[in-house]
Design a protein around this ligand. Structure first.
Ligand SMILES: Nc1ncnc2c1ncn2[C@@H]1O[C@H](COP(=O)(O)OP(=O)(O)OP(=O)(O)O)[C@@H](O)[C@H]1O
Length: 236
């Protein structure tokens, strides 16, 4: 976090993204997400949700507009600052993206090793986040020995271990059955209640309708709905 006093975790001003082939993935988007919010990004396939997420991570650059994430000016920041931006975020994907040859403990510890955290802090923090996701007793397991829901819980532990101000989750329940999905959402709710902002792109109508959080709906690259406490809004 560049500025601990920053209230806006994400600020997009007139953001557009046009890919090299001319596809307009985002078209003049203005949104602000404040510290502590829980926000669902919904929209049909190809609407622009993944583009939105990639911009926040600076995997791609906006074509025009201004974008602040955790106080970083994503468009103007020099490449050497990108690692600092990414460290201020926790990211969770549909396909978990764990390291297959490392144990649960090592997968989570790795996120702290790359930023050269001291060994004792790593031990304490990894045990603590494995408690949060209910996987302390599986710390020696390899990803292949875990269910999909358990693998996603490891990914969540890895995402929160460095205390990011913002969690970005792209279809985190996309590969999970409804019951397991709710276990994941329960963890997200607890993380959010402790103050972390959560932005989650999803197609899961049941979850969005039930949780009644802020909903940003994207269609053809535009924000067509921004409701403080809304539902999915589409038939599936
Ligand atoms: N690398 C790329 N090059 C060219 N066009 C792209 C690229 N990535 C995405 N697009 C186009 O941009 C638009 C938005 O795509 P995006 O992946 O953001 O949608 P999405 O809402 O995440 O879809 P889904 O729900 O299917 O994942 C689509 O028209 C897509 O074809």
């Amino acid at each position: 976090m560049k500025s601990p006093t920053e209230i806006n975790v994400i600020k997009m001003k007139s953001i557009s993204k046009v890919y090299d082939n001319g596809a307009v993935a985002l078209d003049n988007v203005d949104i602000t997400i404040r510290r502590g919010e829980f926000v669902f990004i919904v929209g049909s396939s190809g609407a622009g949700k993944s583009t939105f997420v990639k911009l926040l991570l600076r995997e791609i650059m906006p074509t025009s507009g201004h974008l602040l994430v955790n106080g970083y000016n994503v468009k103007k920041m020099p490449n050497r600052e990108i690692p600092y931006l990414r460290r201020s975020l926790g990211v969770i994907f549909q396909d978990y993206r764990l390291l297959p040859n490392k144990t649960v403990y090592e997968n989570v510890a790795f996120a702290m090793r790359v930023i050269e955290s001291p060994r004792r802090l790593i031990l304490r923090s990894v045990n603590s986040v494995l408690d949060v996701v209910g996987l302390r007793d599986k710390y020696k397991c390899f990803p292949s020995q875990l269910s999909g829901g358990e693998q996603q819980r490891v990914a969540i532990a890895r995402a929160i271990v460095n205390n990011p101000a913002l969690i970005i989750a792209d279809e985190p329940t996309g590969n999970l059955d409804p019951e397991t999905s709710w276990e994941i959402m329960d963890i997200f709710q607890r993380i959010n209640a402790a103050g972390t902002t959560i932005v989650m792109a999803t197609h899961d109508k049941m979850i969005v309708d039930t949780m009644q959080k802020r909903v940003l709906a994207i269609e053809d690259g535009r924000i067509v709905r921004d409701e403080a406490s809304g539902g999915y809004g589409y038939e599936v």
